[in-house]
Design a protein around this ligand. Structure first.
Ligand SMILES: [Zn+2]
Length: 165
């Protein structure tokens, strides 16, 4: 049921999120009040403005997690980026969970993705931020595209388009 691909138009990007990545989001959704936040990285097959999210990696043992925060272990993340790059995939952003039904980024979330876009070495027009809330998708999924100039747009989910194929 929940494992169809999800299609989004988000600023300049036509995005498809593959069922594997959706399954990772669903698995880590914060069901209980006391669940801890978790998250990871997003990898895509990039063809111009068509980005196909092929993997959302899960939390790693060295990440630090609490109910209201997720702090990834950066060296492990860099290792992951090299691994996926060897397979022909690009790192395109981050995801994490929130203890909210319909998730919205915190000021810290926006600040850190803005810094990431500016300070990382990459050839993309920007990065994605995805936040997994407790509601079913698409309502329970925040997705935004953060440009090099510091601005961002959030995406429109088209669940019907995914069903039609
Ligand atoms: Zn957050």
């Amino acid at each position: 049921m929940s494992d169809d691909a999800v299609n989004l138009t988000i600023g300049p990007i036509c995005l498809q999120i593959c069922p594997d990545a959706i399954a990772t989001f669903t698995k880590h959704r914060q069901r209980c009040f006391f669940s801890r936040e978790s998250g990871g990285q997003l990898f895509a097959r990039v063809r111009g403005n068509n980005w196909e999210i092929v993997a959302a990696t899960g939390p790693k043992t060295r990440d630090s997690r609490s109910r209201f925060g997720f702090r990834p272990h950066r060296p492990s993340e860099q290792e992951e980026i090299f691994e996926y790059h060897r397979l022909g995939y690009d790192y395109v952003g981050d995801w994490h969970t929130h203890p909210q039904d319909v998730p919205h980024p915190s000021p810290d979330d926006l600040e850190s993705i803005r810094n990431l876009v500016r300070e990382s070495i990459h050839h993309l027009p920007g990065f994605l931020l995805m936040i997994v809330g407790r509601d079913r998708f698409p309502k329970g999924l925040w997705c935004s595209f953060h440009s090099l100039d510091g601005s961002f747009v959030s995406g429109t989910v088209e669940p019907a388009a995914a069903k039609r194929r």
